[in-house]
Ligand binder design. Structure first.
Ligand code: WT7
Length: 651
């Protein structure tokens, strides 16, 4: 969809699920009336609302001003000094919860490790000392490219403890993605592992870093965790083993009092240009937002065993595997591997074994479980579950109902949480004891969140008219910028509709005020819940020597939500062959990782463009989905291109 097209809303789902009474009775927000009251208070005076919550944390120096808002730059808890790792660990140990489990970890091969809050604090301190010993200082960006092991959490928390921002790269990305991110962040230290386990195979993490380092002289130091035990071409001098670095490190480490607005991390995500952007989050606002949303939306209680299946390489992992959960003193479960290893019941086996109470996953995962059949879930006792959550893309009502019945045994409320890498934490979601849920809707905005549907001109839309989802006021977890690209920050989020935060999503609000997300309005494709920029994939394809031009679109896919369809024009004289098609697809995978693998790749004589040179993705989407073009082609520069593309489909 482009901005110019009208956004049509589709009304279909009418089922409504009231919060179960016994859940509501024990919930932090126990009724709709309680939600309405708190929400009114939060919107009447957002600053004192958030300040009250912020005072519940440990501060080395108190903040003097809650919000300083110079559009588009927000500063929260101005003048305050705090540390998120301290608030995640030391604070709970000091309060007598040192023996409570912080992390339960399960490796893909089946081993389990538990770390109490005291043990996790000790490990974080040891590794923080190790980082300092190799010269990492406050403000230095540290790249983390690791499997889902406790050490990934330890590395992130150790960086936070010493005020060194981390930049975590998802372990499924490959060499070029590492090079791009390390260069953009100017990061000299990379933390990785010999490998990680995925579907019984070793993911060659070290090898990817080693190749990236060969291309990128900025990388001066590589810390390597021994995880899989495979041989690696270790480079003494540049490389250091995690276990050697920490062997003699003290388990006490002075904590760095960070300014509320000190950078906590960069996380790269796709936008509508070729280069991923470094989304910048700072310390205190992010801490307050992730902590409070996690507590209210997952209704966290001290004895919960909470599991979010996201990798820490995504924002969901940052906010709701690590920071938002540990800052609440709750047990967070980490699982290293694939959902279908050794079989499709792995997730349900983990839930039964560790008595998981709250489970948060992606619609794409739910759809794959559905396809494999409920017998995998039925083999396990899932009665420990009290609440379910989803994130990353709209959930189709069919999958919602399956999740509710098969996994939740009809007793667990489902929180469909809408947010983005940029928002830091959840902005729209039901509160499980208060809000009636509707399959497919993220329902209502969280406290203090002023979400609206607007048209292009910034007019707020009436119920059931589609438009752009925008947020009118800043919230604590809002991104503070794009790393070293203030213009792109301004343009992408604050210029489409002046004065408000532009999410890039289209949506409608129904007659009850519930939000229904319809999709992206920019060149971002959500593939299995992961965000990919069309331009990013196109650049990867074009970097293959046989390719002259490429255009990429998202097409509906039963499991992944969207899949990538690529149209490729070859350099003159090159023959389109199935072998070349496979080679180009393999090339994309080496460039970007398997997440970006195109499902379809068609060769074409040319790519349809408007007279102003913009790729007409709508036409390509039509061709990739239906094999023909019926839509409006009046702005097309050369119609013969479309005719030949449609013919190509016959091959
Ligand atoms: C985009 C952000 C937020 C963590 C994971 C994704 C889509 C996210 C929902 C939802 C419908 C959703 C939006 C959004 N999205 N959650 N509950 N319902 N759509 O973060 O990779 O930054 O992607 O994901 O399109 O803009 P992200």
């Amino acid at each position: 969809m482009t901005h110019a097209e009208t956004i049509e809303s589709r009304l279909q789902e009418t089922r409504k699920f009231e919060p179960p009474a016994d859940f509501a009775r024990q919930a932090h927000v126990p009724s709709r009336a309680a939600y309405d009251e708190t929400r009114r208070r939060s919107l009447d005076d957002p600053e004192s609302f958030w300040a009250d919550i912020a005072r519940g944390f440990h501060w080395f120096a108190p903040f003097s001003k809650t919000l300083e808002w110079n559009l588009p730059y927000a500063k929260w808890f101005v003048g305050g000094k705090t540390n998120i790792a301290y608030n995640c660990l030391d604070r709970h140990v000091a309060a007598g919860r040192g023996d409570h489990p912080a992390i339960i970890w399960e490796g893909e091969p089946g081993e389990t490790r538990k770390l109490t809050y005291r043990e996790l604090l000790g490990e974080v301190c040891r590794f923080a000392n190790a980082l300092r010993s190799i010269g990492v200082k406050k403000g230095d960006r540290v790249t983390i490219y690791m499997p889902m092991t406790p050490e990934l959490a330890i590395a992130m928390l150790a960086c936070a403890r010493i005020g060194a921002p981390h930049s975590v790269i998802f372990g499924g990305f490959s060499v070029q993605a590492i090079v791009d991110r390390v260069e953009d962040a100017e990061s000299h230290v990379v933390i990785t592992a010999d490998g990680g386990w995925r579907r019984g195979k070793i993911v060659p993490l070290y090898q990817n870093v080693d190749e990236a380092a060969a291309r990128c002289p900025l990388i001066k130091k590589v810390v390597v965790l021994r995880r899989t035990g495979n041989d690696i071409p270790f480079k003494p001098g540049r490389d250091a083993w995690w276990h050697e670095l920490t062997a003699n490190a003290a388990d006490a480490c002075p904590v760095e009092p960070c300014d509320a607005e000190d950078m906590l991390f960069l996380l790269y995500t796709s936008g509508s240009t070729g280069k991923p952007k470094g989304i910048l989050h700072t310390t205190a606002g992010y801490m307050v937002h992730t902590n409070y949303t996690a507590r209210m939306i997952f209704d966290l209680k001290p004895d919960d065993v909470y599991w979010c299946s996201a990798d820490a390489g995504w924002i969901t992992g940052h906010s709701y595997v690590i920071y938002g959960i540990l800052s609440n003193g709750v047990t967070t479960l980490l699982y290293e591997g694939a959902p279908n290893f050794p079989d499709w019941d792995r997730f349900w086996a983990i839930i039964a074994k560790h008595q998981v109470t709250k489970f948060y996953t992606a619609p794409t995962a739910i759809r794959s479980f559905m396809r494999e059949g409920r017998e995998h879930a039925d083999k396990h006792n899932l009665s420990s579950l009290k609440l379910l959550g989803t994130v990353g893309e709209p959930i189709n009502p069919e999958a919602w109902i399956w999740y509710h019945e098969v996994i939740g045994g009809r007793r667990c409320p489902i929180v469909d949480t809408w947010w983005q890498t940029e928002t830091g934490g959840i902005l729209i979601s039901p509160l499980p004891g208060a809000i009636a849920t509707k399959p497919g809707s993220a329902t209502l905005p969280f406290f203090g969140i002023d979400a609206v549907i607007m048209d292009r001109a910034g007019n707020v839309q009436p119920p059931n008219s589609g438009g752009f989802l925008c947020i009118r006021k800043p919230w604590p977890g809002i991104l503070r910028g794009i790393w070293r690209d203030p213009e792109r920050f301004q343009k992408q989020y604050w210029s489409e509709i002046p004065g408000v935060y532009f999410t890039g999503d289209s949506a409608r609000q129904d007659e009850d005020g519930c939000f229904w997300i319809m999709g992206r309005v920019d060149d971002v494709i959500k593939v299995a819940g992961h965000r990919l920029g069309t331009m990013e994939v196109e650049s990867a394809i074009v970097s293959h020597p046989a390719v002259a031009e490429a255009a990429v679109v998202g097409v509906p896919h039963e499991i992944k939500g969207n899949a990538i369809a690529a149209f490729v024009t070859l350099v003159t004289g090159t023959q389109p062959t199935p072998a070349l098609r496979d080679a180009i697809i393999a090339h994309v995978v080496t460039q970007l990782g398997a997440v970006a693998r195109p499902d379809q790749l068609r060769f074409s004589q040319a790519v349809p463009k408007t007279r102003s040179g913009k790729i007409m993705r709508r036409l390509l989407r039509e061709i990739a989905t239906t094999g023909e073009v019926k839509g409006d082609t009046t702005t097309l520069e050369d119609f013969s291109v479309v005719a030949s593309l449609a013919q190509k489909d016959e091959e």
